[in-house]
Design a protein. Structure first.
Length: 212
């Protein structure tokens, strides 16, 4: 069903171009200055009037939510590409890509997590579980490593990025190197209890905005 079939007029070519420029500019500005950046600054960077920005996005939160949706889609795509490698290296590839993305987008602060939709969180968790299973099948990761272990590594990376900021922008990458080394099949298994999927979902839900 097209936009016309639904009674929604499709955007003109110039409007599509303006929207793309606004989104591209907003991604740059928010990554540099955070979500407190003004709509006027975003409009200036996009080369359009601020009124044009508001015609596409009724408020800054609507624009930020669109940026977050795009970033989340990129995370899903990165996980799928990593899984398609099929040789067990995808988990490490994805964790490095995810860390790079979280570092690049540190200006979003906690909104990258709190504004995550439940469907996105569930799909990403499923893909990470598949990546882990593939890595274990190829004996690249210890058999006792669980999804909870991988997700807590992600949370640790996020916390390091938030804490270190631009003062030590590569601190997260070193921490990930250490974590990955501990996951490899040549290291001794842990005898401590795992973080269960149910606990993961409770933690994820507690950090998510109830409106998303």
């Amino acid at each position: 069903m097209t936009g016309q079939d639904r009674g929604v007029r499709p955007l003109r070519r110039d409007a599509v171009r303006n929207q793309r420029q606004i989104v591209d500019a907003a991604r740059q500005v928010v990554s540099e200055a955070g979500t407190d950046a003004s709509m006027e600054l975003i409009a200036s960077r996009a080369g359009v009037g601020v009124g044009t920005v508001y015609r596409h996005f009724p408020g800054k939160q609507a624009l930020v939510d669109e940026l977050i949706r795009l970033i989340h889609d990129e995370h899903i795509d990165a996980a799928r590409r990593a899984l398609a490698r099929g040789d067990g290296t995808g988990l490490e590839e994805f964790l490095r890509a995810l860390g790079g993305s979280l570092s690049e987008h540190r200006g979003y602060g906690n909104q990258l997590i709190s504004r995550t939709s439940a469907s996105h969180a569930d799909r990403l968790r499923e893909l990470v579980a598949e990546l882990l299973a593939q890595a274990q099948e190829h004996r690249r990761v210890r058999p006792d490593i669980t999804l909870g272990d991988v997700m807590t590594t992600v949370w640790a990376i996020r916390g390091i990025i938030t804490t270190s900021g631009s003062a030590a922008p590569h601190a997260w990458a070193r921490h990930l190197d250490i974590q990955l080394a501990g996951m490899r099949s040549t290291t001794r298994p842990s005898d401590r209890p795992e973080v269960t999927v149910q606990e993961l979902m409770r933690i994820s839900g507690a950090n998510r905005d109830p409106d998303t």
